[in-house]
Structures are given as structure tokens and as C-alpha cells.
Design a binder for this molecule. Structure first.
Ligand SMILES: C[S@@+](CC[C@H](N)C(=O)[O-])C[C@H]1O[C@@H](n2cnc3c(N)ncnc32)[C@H](O)[C@@H]1O
Length: 185
């Protein structure tokens, strides 16, 4: 399994520990040296690589499962490295993911910040599952930590953060889409 854009490796580590704690064929890659350093400290069972998703350091048809969690990727590169019967798992935020938070931090929500990019894989069939539920974030500190985990932190104006600091708790919508792709036979 290869996680493209694994960041600090939280999700890949969970996969590895849950489904194959003794396996040594898990790979996490990210362009961020800092992220990979943190990942490597947390889970030495996984091979961690600093690389660019535009040029994956893997041979043709050598990876049986590709994972992309909230990250960008290259369709031709995934197509190149995936085995014939391989799986691709793509997880992304759906339109109303954290909508309550976005309503506070942006003066108005533009289409561009509402959706993450969706790329199609020609020659693949896709099964999609959607998950949506609400959680209450219980403190201003946790709300700020949540914001820091999102790409919005880097896009908003200082007023957005000031607006969020006025909240001591907030119920937010978690809404994600999971695509499972396989080659058409
Ligand atoms: C939103 S974060 C998701 C991180 C992780 N998958 C998670 O869900 O916690 C996107 C990740 O993509 C990585 N990234 C951005 N451009 C990249 C590139 N060209 N090649 C590889 N990784 C890249 C970033 O460094 C970041 O860790």
C-alpha cells in the first residue's frame, strides 16, 4: 500500500496497525520533509519517502493499493505504478464538510473553497461511499487546532481567526466521500 501525500502519516499508520501490524510493505510519501520526519518517528514499520506525486519513485505495476487522503495526486502516475488488479482509495472532503466553520472564517463562501478537486481515472470503475455526521468541538483551543488541520488556515484573513476565537464550542458537519477505483475488465 502506498499513501500519496501522507503528511504526518496518521492515516497510513492507522491502516497498517489495524489491517496488517506485521507487514512491512507499507509506503508513505510526501513532498514535506518535516511531515515525513514526524511520520518516521511515529511508525518505523512503514517505509517513508520524500518525493513528488508527479514522479512517483515506484516501478510500473508494482503497487497493489494506492491511498490518497485529502491530498492531490497525478492520475497518469497512479495508473503507471498500479498493478492490473490493484485498488485506488481516494478520500476527500465533500461540499458541506466543516460548513459551520467555513461560515465563520470566510466573509462569503466561494465555490472554489467549497469543493476539493475531483479527477477522473479513464478506464477505471468507481464505487462511492459518502459519510456525513455532526460533532461538537468543545473549546476555542480545539476549534483553532481543527482550523490549523485544514487548508483554510492558509487562505483566510486574520479577521477569520478572530471571528473563530469568539466561539467556545461549535457543532460541525463532517462530510467525506470515499471512492474505491479498480480497472475495468
Ligand atoms: C491536506 S494534506 C493531507 C495529509 C494527509 N494525507 C492527511 O490526511 O493527514 C496534503 C498533503 O499533500 C502534500 N503534498 C503537496 N504537494 C505534494 C506533491 N507535489 N507531492 C507529494 N505530496 C504533496 C502536502 O505536503 C500535505 O502533506
Amino acid at each position: 500500500m502506498l499513501d500519496i501525500g501522507c503528511g504526518e502519516g496518521y492515516y497510513l499508520s492507522r491502516f497498517q496497525k489495524e489491517i496488517a501490524p506485521k507487514a512491512s510493505n507499507f509506503y508513505g510519501m510526501d513532498i514535506s520533509k518535516l511531515g515525513i520526519r514526524m511520520a518516521a518517528k511515529k511508525n518505523p514499520m512503514i517505509h517513508w519517502l520524500v518525493a513528488n506525486f508527479a514522479k512517483l519513485p515506484f516501478k510500473e505495476k508494482s503497487v497493489s493499493t494506492v491511498l490518497s487522503m485529502f491530498a492531490e495526486y497525478s492520475v497518469p502516475e497512479i495508473d503507471r505504478i498500479l498493478t492490473d488488479d490493484g485498488n485506488i482509495i481516494i478520500v476527500r472532503a465533500a461540499n458541506n464538510h466543516l460548513i459551520e466553520l467555513k461560515n465563520i472564517i470566510y466573509p462569503e463562501i466561494h465555490e472554489k473553497v467549497k469543493t476539493s478537486s475531483i479527477k477522473t481515472f479513464p478506464g477505471f470503475c468507481v464505487e462511492q461511499e459518502n459519510f456525513s455526521y455532526k460533532v461538537t468541538i468543545q473549546s476555542t483551543e480545539d476549534l483553532l487546532s481543527l482550523l490549523l488541520m485544514t487548508p483554510h488556515y492558509w487562505k483566510i484573513k486574520p479577521e477569520g481567526i478572530e471571528n473563530l476565537k469568539k466561539f467556545e464550542s461549535l457543532e460541525v458537519t463532517i462530510s467525506i466521500e470515499i471512492d474505491l477505483l479498480k480497472r475495468q475488465k
